[in-house]
Ligand binder design. Structure first.
Ligand SMILES: C[S@@+](CC[C@H](N)C(=O)[O-])C[C@H]1O[C@@H](n2cnc3c(N)ncnc32)[C@H](O)[C@@H]1O
Length: 258
């Protein structure tokens, strides 16, 4: 389904939503789609507008221009509303109706008339696009995909990215740092006792979640930068990896054609 960008984001979204929703309730959801189905915020370290503005500035620096942007996994639009004024056209995609509802409110409030929202996932989004982009980004999203799904995502994205375009995967979880952060090793007031208690709690939670068939870690899966680089190379791209400015255990994968 092609989506024309001359219509306002909220209009398009409302129209497509009921059809999409009907389709969705007929098919079983994956664990993450279920998890995000009623969420209304992207789980940033702080939801204060000053913090989101700083995060967005960091991301805009790495996006480094372009005129058109696809924000995959845009969530509640907390960053999208900062990207929109910097681009001629922005499209936000997410598989969570509640997240898109919030995003829709925000883009209306901020008069982001150049922004369209699409309810879709990493597999269905491509058929719903009617143009390619200078930038495709996903912030805190690809951690909900497996390596194979990331490979498919980059392969599909490669067909929708303009020459000299970039695919930027923000805030990937680093498997070398994330476990250390989780047990509080980067915390200002760490102590052996606190670390030990976090380890025990972590193991308990992990067992309880697997027994209840819930995700073991709500932040998703961590991915090694070198494996993501191999995937990028396999799909004909170069990749550089930079440390996230606001999250000690996350990195950004900046993917481009050489
Ligand atoms: C942690 S939130 C981040 C939201 C937003 N990028 C931000 O930084 O504020 C992750 C978002 O990705 C969406 N998401 C996760 N996996 C997805 C998938 N396979 N297809 C579409 N959306 C997905 C979730 O619904 C959620 O809104």
């Amino acid at each position: 389904m092609a989506v024309g960008h001359e219509k306002k984001g909220s209009e398009i979204y409302e129209k497509n939503r009921s059809v999409e929703y009907e389709k969705k309730i007929l098919k079983p959801k994956n664990v993450w789609e279920e998890f995000f189905a009623d969420k209304r915020s992207g789980g940033h370290r702080s939801s204060a507008e000053e913090f989101l503005a700083m995060e967005a500035r960091e991301k805009l620096f790495h996006l480094d221009g372009g005129k058109t942007l696809l924000d995959f996994g845009c969530g509640a639009g907390e960053l999208l509303v900062y990207y929109a004024p910097e681009y001629e056209k922005t499209i936000g995609v997410d598989f969570s109706p509640s997240m898109l509802e919030e995003a829709s409110k925000k883009i209306k409030e901020r008069n982001c008339e150049n922004t369209t929202l699409i309810l879709a996932d990493d597999k269905t989004v491509w058929d719903k696009l009617d143009s390619s982009f200078d930038r495709i980004n996903a912030a805190g999203v690809l951690q909900y995909l497996t390596y194979q799904e990331i490979d498919d995502f980059i392969f599909n994205a490669s067909k929708y990215i303009n020459k000299d375009g970039k695919i930027v995967l923000f805030d990937m979880l680093d498997p070398r740092l994330y476990p250390l952060w989780k047990i509080g090793l980067f915390s200002q007031d760490k102590s052996c006792r606190k670390i030990l208690s976090k380890v025990v709690c972590g193991v308990k939670n992990s067992i309880s979640s697997s027994l209840k068939k819930r995700p073991r870690d709500i932040l998703g899966y961590s991915h090694y930068p070198n494996k993501i680089k191999k995937i990028a190379n396999k799909n004909g791209f170069e990749m550089i990896c930079v440390q996230s400015m606001y999250y000690e255990y996350k990195y950004h994968a900046i993917i481009f054609r050489s």
